[in-house]
Design a protein around this ligand. Structure first.
Ligand code: CMC
Length: 430
C-alpha cells in the first residue's frame, strides 16, 4: 500500500493534513482542495502567482533555470529542427507525427483554409480601422455558429476536424482582417503553399502580382509561431481553461484566449516594445532617459520581466538570434535592432533590473522579426494569437479529458459592507 505524503498545517489549535502532489520534474504542490470543507479556511493568492490550477503534461517551464520544453522536447531543439505545424501536432496530439500523419494533417489544413462564404460578410461589418484583434476574436468565436456539429465534441475524429479548422482558419481570418483594414481585396488561400507561405500570400499578394516570400522569411515566420505555441498556465491559456471548465465549446474558449492575450502585459507587449524603441529612435527620449523613467515607475520596460522566468527567457534568446539572422540575410538595416540591443544592455547592467531579476522576454525581439516580414504593428498580437492557437487547443482538450476537472470558480475574501438595510430614495442623504 502506498503511503500518501502529506504536509501539516496548524491553525487555531487544530492540525490539518494536506496531501502533497509531485510532478515529473520534481515540482511540489500542497493540495488544498478539501481545506475549506475541513477548516473553513481558503487560500488567498492574488494573480495566482503561487497557485497550481491543474496538472498538465503539455509544456514544462523552469523559470529559475531558463528551461522551456514542449512535451519534453527543449524549445531550442524544436526551434532548430521542427516547424510550426509539426510542433502544433506535437502539442495537440502528444507526439511528433510520422511522415504519414504529417502529410494527412497538412492535407486537412489545406482543405480547411477557406472560410464559409457567408462568414466572409462578417468582415464587411467591421469599421475600416477596426483593430484586427477584435476582428479575430469575434470571427473565431463565430466559427461555432458555422460548425454546430462541433459545438459538443465527443470523438477524437470530431476533435481532429475542429483542430484542423482552427489552425488553418486562424491564418485566413488574420490575413483577411488585415486586408480589410487596408482596403485591399481579399486573397483566397492557395492549398499548394506551405502553412506559412500561404499566410504571407494572403497578406501580401495582389490580383496582379503574386507575393513570393524568400525561404528565410518563411522559416523565420515558422520559428516565430513555433516559439509562441505554448507556455503552460499563462493568462490566455488559463482563460481558455477557465471558459472551457464550464463546458463551453472549443471555438468560444479559444476566442476568449485571444481577448486575454490582447493586453499590453501579455501578447500586446510585442507591439508596445516596438513603439518604445521607436520613441527612442525618433529622439523622444534617450535610452538612458528611458531606463530612468522606468526606474521612476512612469512606465514599464516593455518586453522585460516575467512571472516565471527569473534567469532568462529561452524564447528571447532564440528570437534575438532569428531577428539578427533574418535582417542579415534579407539585407535589412533596421535601426531598431541597435536601439533594442543598447536598451537590453543598459537594463541588464542596472541594479533596478538585476535586483528584480528582469530579463528580456519573448516579446523583446519578436517585433523585429515581424517588421522584417512587413507585418504592420497592429497585427503583432494577432501573430502571437496564431502562434498560441495550438497551445490553447491542447489545454482545452487536455482539460476536457481530465476526469477531475471541475468548473473553475475561485473564492474571495469579502471586504465590503456588512449587512445594512435598504434606504428609500426620499430618505437618502445627498
Ligand atoms: N519594467 C519595470 N519594472 C518591472 C517590469 C518591467 N517590465 N516588470 C516587473 N517590474 C518590477 C515591478 O515594478 C515590481 O517592482 P517593485 O518590487 O519595486 O514593486 C517587480 O518588478 C515585480 O513586478 P510584478 O508586477 O510583481 O511582476 P509580475 O510577475 O506580476 O509581472 C509581467 C510580470 C510580465 C506582467 C511584468 O514583468 C511586466 O509588466 N512586463 C512588461 C510587459 C511585458 O513585457 N509583458 C510580456 C510578458 S512575456 C509574454 C507574455 O506573457 O505575453
Amino acid at each position: 500500500m502506498s503511503i500518501q505524503e502529506t504536509a501539516t498545517l496548524a491553525f487555531d489549535g487544530k492540525i490539518y493534513e494536506l496531501p502533497v502532489i509531485r510532478g515529473t520534474e520534481g515540482e511540489i504542490a500542497l493540495d488544498v482542495g478539501e481545506l475549506r470543507t475541513l477548516s473553513g479556511i481558503i487560500t488567498l493568492d492574488p494573480g495566482f502567482a503561487n497557485t497550481g490550477a491543474c496538472t498538465s503534461a503539455i509544456s514544462f517551464v523552469d523559470g529559475e533555470k531558463g528551461i522551456l520544453r514542449y512535451r519534453g522536447y527543449p524549445i531550442e531543439q524544436l526551434a532548430a529542427q521542427s516547424s510550426f505545424v509539426e510542433t502544433a501536432m506535437l502539442l495537440i496530439f502528444g507526439e511528433l507525427p510520422t511522415q504519414e500523419e504529417r502529410t494527412e494533417f497538412g492535407e486537412m489544413l489545406g482543405d480547411q483554409a477557406l472560410l464559409h462564404e457567408d462568414l466572409m460578410h462578417h468582415f464587411e461589418g467591421f469599421p475600416p480601422n477596426g483593430h484586427p484583434m477584435a476582428i479575430l476574436s469575434a470571427v473565431i468565436n463565430s466559427l461555432g455558429a458555422y460548425n454546430p456539429d462541433l459545438l459538443d465534441i465527443q470523438t477524437e475524429d470530431e476533435f481532429r476536424q475542429a483542430v484542423a479548422k482552427l489552425i488553418s482558419k486562424v491564418r485566413t481570418i488574420a490575413a483577411f482582417s488585415y486586408r480589410k483594414s487596408i482596403g485591399r481585396p481579399i486573397m483566397y488561400p492557395d492549398p499548394s503553399r506551405s502553412y506559412c507561405e500561404n499566410f504571407l500570400h494572403m497578406m501580401f499578394s495582389v490580383p496582379y502580382r503574386e507575393h513570393v516570400p524568400t525561404p528565410e522569411a518563411v522559416q523565420a515566420l515558422s520559428l516565430f509561431l513555433l516559439v509562441h505555441a505554448d507556455h503552460e498556465q499563462n493568462c490566455s491559456c488559463s482563460t481558455v481553461r477557465m471558459v472551457g471548465s464550464s463546458e463551453a465549446n472549443l471555438f468560444a474558449s479559444v476566442s476568449s484566449g485571444i481577448c486575454a492575450l490582447w493586453g499590453r502585459l501579455h501578447g500586446g507587449a510585442n507591439s508596445a516594445v516596438v513603439q518604445m524603441l521607436q520613441h527612442i529612435h525618433e529622439g523622444d527620449f534617450t535610452t538612458k532617459e528611458c531606463i530612468e523613467r522606468v526606474k521612476r515607475k512612469e512606465f514599464r520596460l516593455m518586453g522585460f520581466g516575467h512571472r516565471v522566468y527569473k534567469k532568462f527567457d529561452p524564447r528571447a534568446k532564440v528570437l534575438k538570434a532569428c531577428a539578427k539572422n533574418l535582417l542579415d540575410t534579407l539585407h535589412i538595416q533596421d535601426p531598431l535592432l541597435d536601439v533594442a540591443q543598447e536598451l537590453e544592455e543598459a537594463a541588464l547592467n542596472d541594479d533596478f533590473f538585476i535586483s528584480r531579476k528582469l530579463y528580456p522576454n519573448v516579446d523583446f525581439y519578436s517585433g523585429l522579426i515581424l517588421r522584417a516580414l512587413n507585418i504592420p504593428l497592429n497585427m503583432f498580437p494577432v501573430m502571437f494569437s496564431m502562434g498560441r492557437m495550438p497551445g490553447w487547443i491542447a489545454h482545452w482538450h487536455e482539460q476536457s479529458l481530465q476526469t477531475a476537472t471541475r468548473i473553475h470558480r475561485p473564492r474571495q475574501i469579502y471586504t465590503g459592507f456588512q449587512e445594512r438595510q435598504y434606504v428609500p430614495m426620499e430618505a437618502r442623504q445627498a
